[in-house]
Design a protein around this ligand. Structure first.
Ligand code: HEC
Length: 112
């Protein structure tokens, strides 16, 4: 049984990052992308939602985040790499952007 212990120790030293599946990693990134969660504004499935209602000069306005589960990858990537109105800048790597895109694709129930 000695070898099993060694493997466990080795595994522990690699850090937990290696033990999550791609799906789990993608979910984590979507909910906690080194900043405010995408879900906070775009909804759990990237379906988009209204973030806030506020009054500006006595006029009720809503601040909404668009659906992001229906954009093609090129626009998705572009949106995350340039300054958007009301959208925080994240400085995500290409791989992270790809992972987030993957996450939203998964939430579509198989739609590619
Ligand atoms: C504070 C709220 C907020 C958060 C958090 C946020 N967004 Fe956004 N996002 C917006 C708003 C508002 C827009 C619309 C910007 C515009 O109209 O210029 C937007 C636009 C986008 C677009 C462009 C959609 C299109 O139709 O072109 C993408 C893609 C996107 N967000 C992805 C993300 C991802 C991925 C995350 C997490 C890493 C994220 N957003 C986090 C508010 C947010």
């Amino acid at each position: 049984m000695g070898w099993l212990w060694v493997i466990c120790l080795w595994a522990a030293l690699q850090g937990s990052e290696d033990f999550i599946t791609k799906d789990e990693y993608a979910k984590q990134l979507y909910y906690n992308p080194r900043g405010i969660s995408c879900a906070e504004c775009h909804g759990a499935k990237g379906e988009g939602r209204s973030i806030a209602r506020y009054k500006h000069k006595n006029e009720v306005r809503t601040f909404a985040a668009p659906a992001i589960n229906n954009v093609d990858f090129a626009s998705f990537q572009k949106a995350l790499n340039e300054r958007k109105r009301g959208m925080p800048r994240y400085f995500l790597t290409d791989n992270e952007i790809r992972t987030l895109y993957y996450y939203l694709q998964q939430r579509q129930g198989g739609k590619k």
